[in-house]
Design a protein around this ligand. Structure first.
Ligand code: F6R
Length: 609
C-alpha cells in the first residue's frame, strides 16, 4: 500500500524524507516522489521504481528546505509512471499533496472542477483534492480551504498537504487510512506507518478518523473536520524498526490475517451498487459486452489462488449459470485446452507474476479466449497481459503464506458472480441480498478474530499431532484444501484436504485416535451430510475439531472442540470459515518454533516453473 512521510522542523527535510521512504520500502510500491518548499518555491521530484531512483534523480542538487512531504505509491488509479506519482499539485503550483486511500467520487469532482477551468495532469483520484483546495483557497485561508474540500470527498484518505503561500505549515488529515505524528524537539515527522518515525522519536500522536492536524515548527494542533480543537494523548512507541513494520504483531502473517476486515472492505470499496443489486467492476468495463456472450469460464491459478478459484466455480455456476472449470495453471499450460472466443479464462494471482499462471494466460490468449485477471499486484505481468481484470487492493502481502489475498480474491469472485449473474437472469433481490450480506463480512471477521486467544488454546491442544484430515463439502470443500495447505506450509504438519463425501472412499482407513480430523460444518445445505461424516469418524475413535455456525447447539455432541463463526449466506461462508484455519496454522507453527513468515523451501512469488 502507499506510504506517506512528512517533515517540518529545523533540519534538512530532503534526507529525512528519503530515509523515511526507504523505511517504508518493505510495503512494496511502484514509484516515489517528494515535494519541499525551498526558498519560497515548491520543488517536486518524482521517479518510477525504487526510492533509489528518486534519490538518483535528486542527485547532488542541494535542496535547502525544512518542510516537505513524500510518498511511495502502490498504483490503484492510473498506471505507475512519473505523472501519476505523488505529490500531486493544483494548477497554480501552490499546493502539493500526498494521499493514501481512494477518493470514490473523484470522477464527479474532476468533472465539476474541469468545468471551472482546472487542468489535470494525472490519471489519479488523488489530484482532485489539490484542485479542490485551490478552488476553495480563492475565498478561504489554507486551513478553511482544506476543511471545505474534505467535506466534499467520499472515500478514504490519509493526506499530507503543503501550500507555498504558507511555507511553515503542513496540514494532514485522516479518514480510513492511518497517519501518525512523531513529535520531536522542534520538529514533527508525519508518517502512515511508525517505521518511518521510530529512528527520530518515540513520542507519537495517533490521528483518528475525521481528525485533521495543523502542524508548524512550534508544534501542532489537532482539530475535527468541523474545526473544533481536540486534546490528543502523546503515546510512547516501544517498537523497534521491524516491530513497527509489523504494526506490533509478532509476524507479518498474523498482521495480514488481522488486516482482513480492512482488505475485504478495500476489495468492495466503490464496487457495490446496492440499489440495482449489481457489482460495479470498472476494470471489466471494456469487455462488458463480450462477457454477456461468454458461455464458459476456465479459472487458472496455483496454490491458495487455485483454492479461491474452486470457490469461484461454485459461486459463478450457482448465481450466474455459466459452466466453470478450475485448473492448476501448471497443468493447463501443457495440455490441449479447447478454447474459443466465447470462453473467458480468468487468472487468479496475488503476485501477478506466477510463471505457470502467466504461461496459462498466454496460451489462452493464443487460442483466442478472452483473458481476465483477479490480481493483487498492480501492473504486474499478468495484470498487464490480460485483456481486462479486477484488482484486489489488498496491499502487499509479505508473509509467504497467503491470507488476506485469499479472502480478497473470494470477495472479488463473489462480486464477479453478481456481475455476471445480473448480466443474465439473476433477480434484483438476489443481487441485493448478496451485496448486503457481503457488507457484513468485515464485521463478522472482526468477531472471529476476537477469538484468537481461544483458537490459540485449541492450537496448543492439537500441536502434538503430526497428521490431520481437513474436510468440508460444497463451498467449504475448497476451504478444507486451503486449511490443510496453510497448516502444511507453516507448521510442516502433514494434512490432507478432502471433500467429506470422499472420505469413505479411502482416507477413513487412516483414522484412529492419533489422527484428528477438522470438519468445516456450517449450517448450510449440506450440514446433515457433513454431520454423518463426523459420526463415521467418531465411530473410529478419531478426534474432531469443528468449525460451525454460532447457535448450533447440536454440533458439540459430535466434536471434541468447536470454533464458532457467524451466520452468513452459504456462498460467503468460506470468507468466514477460513479465518480460524489461518489462525490455527499460525499458532501451531509458532508453537512448533518455526519462522512462519518464511517457511522453508517456499518463495513468495514463484516465477520459475
Ligand atoms: C500458499 C501460497 C501459494 C500461492 C501460489 C500462487 O499460502 O501463498 O500457494 O497461492 O504460489 O501465487 P500467486 O497467487 O501469487 O499466483
Amino acid at each position: 500500500m502507499c506510504g506517506i512521510v512528512g517533515y517540518i522542523g529545523k533540519k534538512q527535510a530532503v534526507p529525512i524524507l528519503l530515509d523515511g521512504l526507504k523505511r517504508l520500502e518493505y510495503r512494496g510500491y511502484d514509484s516515489a516522489g517528494i515535494s519541499v518548499i525551498a526558498n519560497g518555491k515548491m520543488v517536486t521530484t518524482k521517479a518510477t521504481g525504487k526510492v533509489v531512483e528518486l534519490e538518483n534523480k535528486i542527485g547532488s542538487k542541494r535542496i535547502e528546505a525544512n518542510i516537505g512531504i513524500a510518498h511511495t505509491r502502490w498504483a490503484t488509479h492510473g498506471k505507475p509512471c512519473d505523472k501519476n506519482s505523488h505529490p500531486h499539485g493544483d494548477c497554480s503550483g501552490d499546493i502539493a499533496l500526498v494521499h493514501n486511500g481512494i477518493i470514490e467520487n473523484y470522477l464527479e469532482l474532476k468533472n465539476q472542477l474541469q468545468q471551472k477551468g482546472h487542468k489535470f495532469s494525472s490519471e489519479t483520484d488523488s489530484e482532485v483534492v489539490a484542485h479542490l483546495i485551490e478552488e476553495f483557497s480563492k475565498k478561504n485561508d489554507f486551513r478553511e480551504a482544506v476543511l471545505e474540500s474534505l467535506k466534499l470527498i467520499k472515500g478514504t484518505y490519509g493526506l499530507a498537504i503543503l501550500n507555498k503561500k504558507y511555507p511553515s505549515q503542513m496540514i494532514v488529515a485522516r479518514l480510513g487510512s492511518p497517519l501518525i505524528l512523531g513529535v520531536g524537539k522542534d520538529e514533527v515527522i508525519v508518517a502512515s506507518d511508525a517505521s518511518a518515525i521510530v529512528q527520530y522519536t518515540d513520542k507519537v500522536v495517533y490521528l483518528e478518523d475525521g481528525e485533521v492536524a495543523i502542524i508548524n515548527t512550534e508544534g501542532y494542533e489537532v482539530i475535527t473536520s468541523k474545526n473544533k480543537q481536540i486534546e490528543k494523548k502523546v503515546s510512547t512507541l516501544d517498537w523497534n524498526m521491524e516491530q513497527a513494520q509489523k504494526n506490533g504483531f509478532a509476524h507479518f502473517m498474523l498482521k495480514e490475517t488481522f488486516e482482513q476486515p480492512e482488505t475485504i472492505k478495500n476489495a468492495m470499496r466503490g464496487r457495490l451498487s446496492k440499489e440495482d443489486g449489481m457489482a460495479k467492476l470498472g476494470g471489466l468495463r471494456d469487455v462488458e459486452d463480450k462477457l454477456k456472450k461468454i458461455n464458459r469460464i476456465i479459472i487458472v491459478s496455483c496454490g491458495t489462488s487455485y483454492n479461491a478459484g474452486l470457490i469461484g466455480e461454485y459461486m459463478i455456476e450457482e448465481y450466474a449459470g455459466i459452466p466453470v472449470e478450475v485448473e492448476y495453471a501448471s497443468e493447463f499450460r501443457y495440455r490441449k485446452p479447447l478454447l474459443d472466443s466465447k470462453t473467458a479464462v480468468i487468472a487468479i494471482s496475488q503476485s501477478g507474476e506466477t510463471a505457470d499462471t502467466l504461461a496459462a494466460i498466454r496460451e489462452a490468449k493464443n487460442k483466442g479466449a478472452l483473458t481476465l485477471g483477479i490480481i493483487n499486484t498492480v501492473s504486474s505481468t499478468i495484470a498487464r497481459e490480460t485483456d481486462a481484470g479486477v484488482y484486489n487492493h489488498a496491499g502487499p502481502e509479505i508473509g509467504v503464506a497467503s491470507t488476506k489475498a485469499f479472502t480478497s480474491q473470494l470477495t472479488i469472485l463473489a462480486l464477479l458472480a453478481v456481475f455476471l449473474g445480473r448480466q443474465r437472469d439473476m433477480s434484483l433481490v438476489t443481487g441485493q441480498r448478496i451485496i448486503s450480506e457481503l457488507e457484513k463480512i468485515p464485521n463478522q471477521i472482526e468477531k472471529i478474530l476476537e477469538k484468537h486467544k481461544e483458537i490459540k488454546k485449541i492450537a496448543k491442544k492439537y500441536v502434538g499431532f503430526s497428521d490431520f484430515l481437513y474436510m468440508g463439502r460444497k463451498y467449504n470443500f475448497p476451504i478444507a484444501l486451503e486449511g490443510a495447505l496453510k497448516i502444511k506450509e507453516i507448521s510442516y504438519v502433514h494434512a490432507e484436504g478432502y471433500a467429506t463425501g470422499e472420505m469413505k472412499h479411502g482416507p477413513i482407513a487412516l483414522i484412529d485416535a492419533s489422527f484428528p480430523s477438522l470438519f468445516i460444518v456450517p449450517k448450510d445445505s449440506v450440514y446433515d451430510k457433513n454431520v454423518s461424516g463426523m459420526q463415521e469418524i467418531k465411530a473410529r475413535s478419531g478426534k474432531i475439531l469443528a468449525i460451525a455456525t454460532k447457535g448450533d447447539t447440536e454440533i458439540s455432541k459430535h466434536a471434541d472442540d468447536v470454533i464458532y463463526i457467524p451466520k452468513t449466506l452459504e456462498m460467503l461462508t468460506p470468507l468466514l470459515s477460513v479465518i480460524p484455519l489461518q489462525l490455527l496454522a499460525y499458532y501451531v507453527g509458532v508453537y512448533r518454533g518455526f519462522d512462519v513468515d518464511k517457511p522453508r523451501n517456499l518463495a513468495k512469488s514463484v516465477t520459475v516453473e
